[in-house]
Design a protein around this ligand. Structure first.
Ligand code: GDP
Ligand code: MG
Length: 214
């Protein structure tokens, strides 16, 4: 049996709920967005990736549940540099966002800061889960952004934070996506419970409103 669940949360296969998560990768050019995507999907690092924009899918087992990751690897174009606004279509699509900078490229850290502000301002609800990732940790001798700066930025905006090397390890990259799923689950549970509270408040107001009007 396959049943679509409203709100895009997932499908039911037999008794096993399958969760669907849409993950958007953002960040400046050449920070390793495609490398992280390919590492996560195939466990490999292939070196050169081009600028193909695509949504890729992978199903993973997490905490006894199938999670279908849809990963949108979006290139940072010259247009993005001229006008930093983020396409609404991408923001509406995303359940969670991975914001990537290179620890060797200070400018890419500013792009992440800027994109984080745009996300928090434009997205409704603005609390979309975000994980900030400092990539290219293997090039630490060329480091121009300290771990503390990255962590502080992430903490100040209630984001997850990791420093990884897409070139060197699969496990750290996997942790990024797993952390994002945890944040998405928390945010969905919060939305569900606040919708429940709103429903109760509406019912109570309806009953008392009626009584007053009787
Ligand atoms: P994108 O433009 O953000 O998608 O960046 P790419 O994924 O195309 O990567 C840009 C360049 O950085 C490529 O030459 C990659 O091989 C390289 N790169 C990506 N991740 C790493 C990393 O963790 N370490 C090193 N040393 N190079 C990386
Ligand atoms: Mg790319």
């Amino acid at each position: 049996m396959v049943v679509e669940v409203r709100g895009g949360v997932g499908v039911m296969e037999g008794n096993q709920p399958r969760v669907e998560v849409n993950v958007l990768l953002l960040g400046a050019h050449s920070v390793g967005k495609s490398a992280l995507t390919v590492r996560f999907l195939t466990r490999r690092f292939i070196g050169e990736y081009g600028d193909i924009e695509s949504v890729y899918s992978r199903v993973d087992r997490m905490d006894g549940q199938d999670v279908c990751f849809n990963v949108w690897d979006s290139p940072y174009t010259q247009d993005s540099e001229r006008s930093p606004a983020l396409p609404d279509k991408q923001l509406q699509w995303a359940d969670g966002i991975v914001l990537v900078y290179s620890i060797c490229d200070r400018r890419s850290f500013h792009v992440v800061r800027q994109q984080l502000q745009l996300i928090r301002r434009s997205r409704k609800p603005s609390s979309v889960p975000v994980v900030v990732v400092g990539n290219k940790r293997d090039l630490h001798c060329h480091r121009s952004v300290s771990s503390e700066e990255g962590r502080l930025l992430a903490l100040s905006q209630h984001c997850g934070f990791f420093e990884v090397s897409a070139a060197e390890t699969y496990e750290d990259v996997l942790l990024v996506f797993q952390r994002l799923v945890h944040l998405i689950r928390e945010s969905r549970a919060l939305r569900k419970s606040s919708a429940g509270v709103r429903r109760i408040v509406r019912s109570v107001s309806a009953v008392f409103g009626k009584k007053r009007g009787e």
